[in-house]
Design a protein around this ligand. Sequence first.
Ligand SMILES: Nc1nc2c(ncn2[C@@H]2O[C@H](COP(=O)(O)OP(=O)(O)O)[C@@H](O)[C@H]2O)c(=O)[nH]1
Ligand SMILES: [Mg+2]
Length: 245
Amino acid sequence: MLSEAPKTALIIPCYNEGRRLDLPAFNAALETYPELVFYFVDDGSSDNTYEILQNLSADSTRVKLLRMEQNAGKAAAVRHGILASIKDGNILTGYWDADLATPLSELQAFIIELSRPGVEMVMGCRLAHLGARVRRKASRHYLGRFFATVVSELLAMQVYDTQCGAKLMKAELAAKLFASPFISGWLFDVELIKRMKEIYGIPACETKIIELPLRQWNDVGGSKLKLSKMLLVPFVLLRIFSSRS
Ligand SMILES: Nc1nc2c(ncn2[C@@H]2O[C@H](COP(=O)(O)OP(=O)(O)O)[C@@H](O)[C@H]2O)c(=O)[nH]1
Ligand SMILES: [Mg+2]
């Protein structure tokens, strides 16, 4: 643990996560990181997600609970939480998938990277390598690698993994990147990098953004990403890259 960790917010978007939320893991992280505040955003869930989160937030002042009246998609839910976390004066803010596919034990490495001069955004990177435990189904891995290669060509930047659901950044940067709504519901990570490139240019982005190879990443079952959404990827990318944000 860092001795002087900055006030850090993690937005946890939750859509029908009642069966996947690992409450002990979230509570353990609150003990490990005294400066950490969770912002859970219930995105119009139709299961008992909101009730579970109400109980969790009743037990800690460092668990905030936000709610979208209707299901608005991951991008809108994350944006809602990020804007609230900036208003509350957090120094670092970011988002983390509710299924904890990236375990919260990885967070410390993100915070350490952000303490290095010039670093403004840290993105988890699912790079399977010796010494790490990164396991993905072969189909998701190859689809993911194909997608990442196309996106890095479109961005003209060597990004290895835009879609990992664990990202942390300086709140000052987040205020710029999340200022306006996103085109896409769940490819907004690509839009974030595109926005950053438009603000700072490629050379600066290559030092301000760090991809952090995770030591552990688990392919948690129960993904809500449906094949129908995957088939729309080319069209969504076309919209993203033909627009100016
Ligand atoms: N707000 C919101 N979050 C969603 C939606 N669908 C998925 N999520 C959240 O996005 C994160 C990743 O979702 P998951 O189903 O694990 O996707 P995958 O691991 O990328 O296949 C989780 O925190 C989900 O609760 C949605 O429609 N709205
Ligand atoms: Mg997942």
